[in-house]
Write a protein that binds this ligand. Sequence first.
Ligand SMILES: Cc1cc2nc3c(=O)[nH]c(=O)nc-3n(C[C@H](O)[C@H](O)[C@H](O)COP(=O)(O)OP(=O)(O)OC[C@H]3O[C@@H](n4cnc5c(N)ncnc54)[C@H](O)[C@@H]3O)c2cc1C
Length: 455
Amino acid sequence: MAAILGGGLGGLSTGYYLLKNNLNSNNNLKLYLLEATNYCGGWIKSIRTKDYVFEQGPRTIRPKGVTGLNTLNMIQDLGLSEHITPIKPDHPAARNRMIYVNNNLYLLPSSLKGVFQKNEPFSKPLIYALYHDLKKPHKQLKDDSIYNFVERRFGKEIADYAISPMICGICAGDAKEISVKFLMKTLFEWEQTHGGVVKGLMKSLFSSKTGNELVLSDLARKAQEEKWSVYTIKGGLEMFPNKLQAHLKDNNVTMNLSTKVEAIEFVDSGSVSLNIQTGEKLSVNHVYSSIPAYCLASLVQKQHPELAKTLKDIPFVTVGIVNLYFATQKPLIKPAFGFLVPPIENSPILGVVFDSCCMPDQNGTVLTVMLGGRWFEEKFGKNTTSENLYNIAVKEVGSILDIKDKPTAFNVNILNRCIPQYVVGHYERVDEIRQYIKSNNLPISLIGSSYDGAN
Ligand SMILES: Cc1cc2nc3c(=O)[nH]c(=O)nc-3n(C[C@H](O)[C@H](O)[C@H](O)COP(=O)(O)OP(=O)(O)OC[C@H]3O[C@@H](n4cnc5c(N)ncnc54)[C@H](O)[C@@H]3O)c2cc1C
């Protein structure tokens, strides 16, 4: 018997893969999934109407790498292929990504030609950044912040205007704190091993590549062949966890919603007792925890305070999400993915996604404004309201995109401690957590975005 804690995408996918392995190995593993709320999907929540879709959390999925391809295999297996809307390289949402600097929107270069041209706000063509990397000596380090790394290798403008806003888009975080070893592992290794990123890239082009053992579904193969940038799900991303939930239920996983686990007790005999809020207990042989690290910390605090402390050291940030719908015939925005604001601009917003360009079937202009992140409390205090965030979002969108219309519909959400921050030393911290579990023979596996990344 095993229990999965948390019914977000991490917990649901764990159930999917455990069922698959179970089937392959002819085991008869009894599975329970315990979710605190009455909803499965975690941060993935879509509001669907006949005119628009508001995504309150994630909206696009990356198809690249082993994780991306595995996800596409799973999506095909769940029968969701026909709902996938890819964003291919020639789509405006793939080509047009902007940054907002000094009261202006600037397109980031998206072609090789663009790298040789001077693109504001950069003072020189980006090719100079590669020259900078070639001549700069390398520094032997265990880890570093992404900002320091990029400034050292490519110069301050690239760190301020290209990488810092990108980190806001990925994890609503500060590039000056996020670990390069974690988020840009290959580039960091190239610097450490070969003395620079360009030198590492050249060496990798001439070294023999190890074959990808992954068996690709038709959908994953199509994504590779057509070089999808990202993809969305028609009708809302929520369809993905809904399908996974139904799949687990159909395969006899006991789905316990509104079931908050309050403590985990590891018993000497090797079993684990889960104390549930209602006063009930569930005894299993193994636990797969997909809940945020700080939630797990409070469950193991009593028996394993040392483990709890390290788990609590993984910081999380709060993000405000304001979805706006304008029922206009003519689009109010130019076709693009949206724009991000570099932290150096000191703006209350992190960026805006142009959903009506990225997602199909939207009758009008749909935008999502992201606010706060690493700077949430600093900008809005401890007790901000949805109304305050809405007013700020509408004001910023009005002045940056020159939109004078009042939104026809909107939705505001404050997502408390929703995104883990992979700060410098994250690798070692997660290693320490897993070493503790191993050396104490604890029958628990750690899954989810707290440890190994967002996707
Ligand atoms: C605003 C935002 C935008 C994002 N955009 C993207 C994007 O575009 N693309 C992308 O790939 N990723 C994106 N992400 C990241 C992505 O959403 C997450 O990586 C992913 O959803 C995390 O899933 P999870 O299962 O690890 O955690 P969660 O979604 O946090 O799920 C954890 C679950 O555990 C439950 N739980 C907590 N405590 C307990 C307890 N004690 N007992 C039982 N259950 C408990 C919670 O209720 C929750 O349902 C975004 C995230 C946010 C917040």
